[in-house]
Ligand binder design. Structure first.
Ligand code: ASP
Length: 439
């Protein structure tokens, strides 16, 4: 068995955390490839090294002095190195970084140094090989990740290593320039490495004991999901679940490699398994609840709309022409509603409305703002009767007005639109009925 283990920033924020990570890795010989993030926050008000690097580089770019800020970053690493009693100096590395900052190497380069340096420290601590991600993870000139080239080079390189550390978050263009993934992108690197070595498991270590059924800011101590499918997780991440970078699912999904989300601070917990498919029923009918605030609904009415071929296309064309993507389009006989992100739509609203008038000649258009969308997700819904009924009964009991309902044809989720101000209460009501009371 081969395992790829990725550790997030909070798992590597201090020497103390590094020691926990070292113990986890040494406890299982199969944990042979390690992907670290940059050091994260040690306490609530602390700053992540990645953010320190962005701030430091913006000074450099503006031609200001950045010595103090760079020294603070160096101190963060030195504290870890000292706490681990390592014979390691990053002096040379920091000289190169300072020179490249002065030479305006770009903020992708700057941010990537967080993982790069942490990878060097981690490799020294574990006695593993260090592989610079710039040599094995590639981007195309248009900025897209080059999956084929990366897989070829990375799998060949790792086939010669028994144990290695590959820093997360970045790779390079053909000319050697550094490019990072979007924020939280070390998850993607972990997934890419798992694919390259054909790992049996991709363990993703963080500071929670798995994916929670609902947002802990809304529900006190929500339960952990034991098993979730890639598709369910994708629905939930799209709607605001933050545990795992959504693009990180694709590389392992192609190979059917399961992901195990684990807690560095509670390694005995089983965590959550993210799998392709499973015959395991989830403990409850629903697997998870997620949602987002800040949507607008544009209600369009026109008599006899139902018989006008092409009406829907004309409406959506106006959104397309203004570069706005839509979320949901529930429709009635003479009405059609388009849900969009309020912040994307707001400053283009009159243009879109004018476009709809021009293209589709509706009787009226009415805009409702400050709406929230909630996704109730669960593979168990397909085979259980009455799920929607229970959702709406719970919302009615909680005095919440439902503005929109949309059930995907996969029967994997039910999307509900409510007013922003009802968002938390709606999630609590749904969690209550399915998880707490389990009626
Ligand atoms: N360090 C990067 C960030 O803060 C990438 C990561 O941690 O995954 O976004």
């Amino acid at each position: 068995m081969k395992k790829v283990v990725k550790f997030g920033g909070s798992s590597l924020a201090s020497a103390e955390q590094f020691i926990k990570v070292g113990n986890i890795i040494r406890a299982d010989k199969e944990r042979c490839f390690v992907v670290p993030s940059a050091p994260g926050k040690r306490f609530g008000e602390d700053t992540k090294v990645t953010d320190m690097l962005y701030a430091c580089y913006s000074l450099a770019e503006a031609g200001h002095d950045f010595k103090k800020e760079l020294q603070e970053i160096k101190d963060r690493y030195q504290e870890i190195i000292d706490g681990l009693h390592l014979e390691l100096s990053l002096d040379k590395e920091f000289q190169v970084i300072e020179k490249n900052f002065k030479g305006k190497a770009g903020n992708n380069y700057a941010a990537s140094r967080g993982e790069y340096l942490n990878g060097i420290v981690m490799a020294a601590y574990l006695g593993y090989d260090f592989i610079d991600a710039a040599e094995v993870i590639f981007f195309k000139e248009n900025g897209e990740f080059d999956a084929d080239l990366t897989n070829e080079v990375l799998s060949e390189r790792l086939s010669h290593c028994k144990n290695a550390v590959v820093p997360g978050f970045y790779g390079s263009y053909a000319d050697g320039r550094i490019k990072t993934f979007s924020r939280g992108g070390s998850d993607i690197t972990g997934s890419i490495v798992a694919k390259a070595v054909k790992a049996d498991v991709y363990e993703n270590w963080t500071d929670v004991s798995g994916v929670l059924i609902a947002d802990p800011h809304i529900i006190d101590n929500p339960e952990v999901i034991e098993v979730i499918t890639y598709r369910e997780l994708r629905e939930l991440t799209y709607m605001g679940f933050m545990v795992f970078h959504e693009d990180a699912i694709f590389p392992v999904r192609q190979q059917g490699i399961p992901i195990n989300i684990r807690n560095t601070n509670a390694p005995e917990d089983e965590g959550t398994w993210i799998v392709g498919s499973t015959c395991q029923k989830s403990k409850y009918v629903i697997t998870g609840i997620a949602g987002k605030k800040g949507f607008c609904a544009i209600n369009i009415e026109k008599d006899m709309m139902n018989s006008e071929i092409g009406f829907g296309r004309k409406i959506l064309q106006s959104f397309e022409e203004n570069g706005i993507s839509f979320e949901h389009v529930p429709s009635g006989i003479d009405t059609m509603t388009v849900f969009v992100h309020q912040d994307e739509f707001m400053h283009k609203e009159q243009k879109v409305v004018a476009g709809i008038h021009r293209l589709a000649e509706p009787d009226s258009i009415d805009i409702e703002s400050d709406l929230a969308l909630i996704a109730v997700v669960g593979r168990g819904m397909k085979s259980t009767r009455g799920t929607a009924g229970r959702v709406f009964a719970a919302l009615a009991h909680a005095n919440i007005n439902v503005k929109m309902i949309d059930q995907g044809s996969s029967e994997l989720n039910i999307i509900i639109g409510v007013a922003n101000e009802d968002f938390d209460a709606a999630i609590r009501a749904i969690y209550d009925i399915f998880v707490v009371t389990q009626l």
